[in-house]
Write a protein that binds this ligand. Structure first.
Ligand code: SAM
Length: 448
């Protein structure tokens, strides 16, 4: 049996929680034993469990010596525990955190949950004892007891035999890369909404296909930041990509500002921009890279280069480069770009302008606004300026303007090919997060 001890200021909060539903059943089935103990059990009459914070500022903290007594008492009974504290400054809880704690709990047989109250605990307690310090989100609530109950709900269902059907645990949201599919029950028709016929067809393959489609669609639409943080297989990447709107990139050599005076004008093409932007576009699944120049002489230079890589010696010489350069389409105007996309997709693209400067705040979007943009159900065209950047007139024509790329220095004069790479990565890039328990406590100084 697994022992779970909870050390708290308000033990009465846990009743009836620990005796109800699956948590209660897990205790009846003797899978777990939950022991809730008040910090007040560890002080003498008239002693306090809290004391004022040192330094200016209001607030009381739970005393470290009281927490020490409580921890030592429970470890003497149930053995060494895996210890969890809570703080808004802690590691944010997600399904991986529950999985880690479930595994650690089974390994050591004793999980200790230590929620705080008031302004929290003396900082030395976490430093000394915490295996994990967890946050339930970027906000502050009055105490750690609701987070503690949430943790129990999340971890207990992962322990063997707590939940009846293990399948219901295995197929749920955030267990794999995609969230759960929509489910329906009786009545068949409710408020003029009917349960999809396919789900009642008995055709298991068709049902599976329907469920996968809906799960992937919902994940891409509403949980893209989570999806892109997963370690996706090639097949999963392909599935997700098929549910994302098509993206296009245009590099503008007209409709740009030039010279120190920043006047409207045109710029010359550079072979580096053709190659490097094509390679970035290919990496991030961009459908086509439009090179926009109205100048005939410039077009001739580009055509020669494209011919070399698409049909000439280059196509054989470097297949990889050939694959990227094949995305390049030479056109004269932005209108031509829009027409090409509309012809391919059957819909006009939404246009996102990019700039090194913050423009009209009404148009501004950030690098986490995919949901807003993708909700339109239209292809997306990102346009990039050469010279001194896109002209204000062309930016006004666009639906959105992306926030300028910025680091922690005031300098942001990037080459356009760097800007394209960074923006494509921020908008469409995958960045898997690998969760692991901090070794030696949250700040690496754990001593016990
Ligand atoms: C009023 S809060 C203390 C907040 C602390 N002064 C801060 O700003 O980081 C008291 C206790 O509630 C719990 N708590 C509050 N917000 C939380 C959150 N977002 N996640 C986890 N625990 C939280 C923690 O146990 C915390 O020590």
């Amino acid at each position: 049996m697994i022992n779970i001890s909870i050390l708290t200021v308000f033990e009465q909060l846990y009743d009836p929680f620990i005796h109800t539903s699956l948590v209660g059943r897990a205790q009846e089935k003797e899978i777990v034993h939950i022991d809730v103990q008040s910090f007040f059990s560890y002080i003498q009459p008239k002693e306090r469990i809290d004391a004022p914070t040192f330094g200016p500022g209001a607030g009381m903290l739970i005393r470290p010596d009281v927490v020490q007594k409580a921890i030592e008492d429970k470890e003497a009974v149930y053995g060494k525990a895996f210890k969890i504290f809570f703080s808004p400054r802690g590691q944010k809880i997600d399904q991986r955190v529950f999985e880690t704690i479930a595994a650690k709990t089974q390994e050591c047989g004793h999980l200790m949950i230590i929620p705080a109250r008031y302004e929290g605990m003396d900082a030395r307690v976490e430093e000394e004892y915490a295996d994990m310090v967890l946050s339930v989100g970027d906000f502050v609530i009055m105490g750690g007891d609701v987070p503690a109950m949430l943790l129990l709900e999340g971890v207990l269902r992962l322990l063997p035999e707590v939940v009846g059907k293990q399948e219901s645990v295995a197929r749920e949201s955030f267990n794999g890369p995609f969230v759960d599919f929509p489910s329906y029950t009786e009545p068949l028709e409710w408020k003029e909404m009917r349960v999809p016929d396919v789900l009642r067809s008995g055709n298991h393959a068709a049902i599976e296909k329907w469920r996968t489609e809906h799960a992937v669609e919902k994940t891409v639409k509403d949980h893209f930041s989570w999806l892109r943080a997963q370690d996706l297989s090639l097949a999963e990447k392909k599935l997700a990509y098929e549910h994302m709107p098509s993206h296009y990139v245009a590099l503008m050599h007209s409709d740009v500002l030039v010279g120190q005076e920043r006047l409207p004008g045109v710029t010359s093409v550079t072979s580096l921009d053709i190659h490097d932007i094509a390679r970035s576009a290919k990496t991030y699944g961009v459908k086509e890279y439009f090179l926009v120049t109205p100048l005939i002489d410039q077009q001739k230079i580009v055509q020669k280069l494209l011919h070399f890589w698409n049909q000439g010696v280059g196509a054989e010489y470097n297949q990889c480069r050939h694959n990227a350069i094949q995305l390049v389409d030479l056109v004269s105007t932005l209108d031509e770009v829009i027409a090409c996309i509309e012809e391919k997709e059957g819909k006009k693209p939404l246009i996102i302008a990019t700039s090194a400067q913050i423009g009209d705040t009404q148009q501004l979007i950030s690098y986490s606004d995919q949901k807003t943009v993708w909700a339109h159900g239209r292809p997306v065209l990102m346009i990039f300026g050469t010279g001194q950047g896109l002209s204000p007139d062309v930016i006004k024509r666009c639906d959105y303007l992306l926030l300028p790329i910025a680091g922690f220095s005031p300098f942001n004069h990037l080459s356009v090919r760097s800007a394209v790479a960074i923006i494509l990565d921020r908008w469409l890039g995958i960045n898997p997060m690998f969760h692991s328990i901090p070794q030696g406590g949250p700040n690496g100084k754990k001593r016990n």
